[in-house]
Ligand binder design. Sequence first.
Ligand code: SAH
Length: 218
Amino acid sequence: MGFDELREFMVNTQLIPRGIRDERVLKAMRKVPRHLFVDESMQYKAYDDMALPICGGQTISQPYMVAIMTELLELKGDEKVLEVGTGSGYQAVILAELSREVYTIERIPPLVEKAEGRFRILGYKNIHTRIGDGTLGWTEKAPFDRIIITAATPEIPVPLLEQLSEGGIIVAPVGERLSQQLLKIRKTKGKVLKERHTPCVFVPLIGKYGWSEETDSS
Ligand code: SAH
């Protein structure tokens, strides 16, 4: 099978049967060439049902995890989105397909450089990158309609809650260092509504409002 067929197969066997229904999400997952977000030696595995290593001990999330987190964000097309944990840039591109502007922060500079190259080659002009501690958010560009944290966090960093618009949604893997659950938070009328979703395992969020680097076992 070629990459296009593998991508279609991924959507039909990993996403639809597990309940991903948002047609816009499925369309983006059918379109974005995931194999270009991993090293060449790993491309044959790009559409498998798993996370894959990228550099610096980090990972590109499993396709299903990208799809469900994106679906939970309820993107309609006009949102300003913040992503914490650019990694390979794959999730950022999926978000860029489905929203107006994407701001993405990554703490490991070589990952940002690689991701930026991919955004350029694929022609995405609505993705803005920044190197730094994403637990602090991106004050100059706040507020955000949607925030996605793609690394495991003990709790939602306070600055991110503050930088979320009224009516906004945050999706993040929250829990222990080695196992978490997807949490969806909606800010309405100053209140925060929480919904728990699927269990998951992400690499740790390292920063002021995440975990400290010293205990990083990844
Ligand atoms: N969304 C990525 C997967 C991210 S893996 C993709 O689609 O490929 C999690 C990423 O979060 C790693 O690259 C890690 O370096 C980054 N990260 C961890 N703590 C961070 C922080 N405080 N700020 C920004 N990025 C962070």
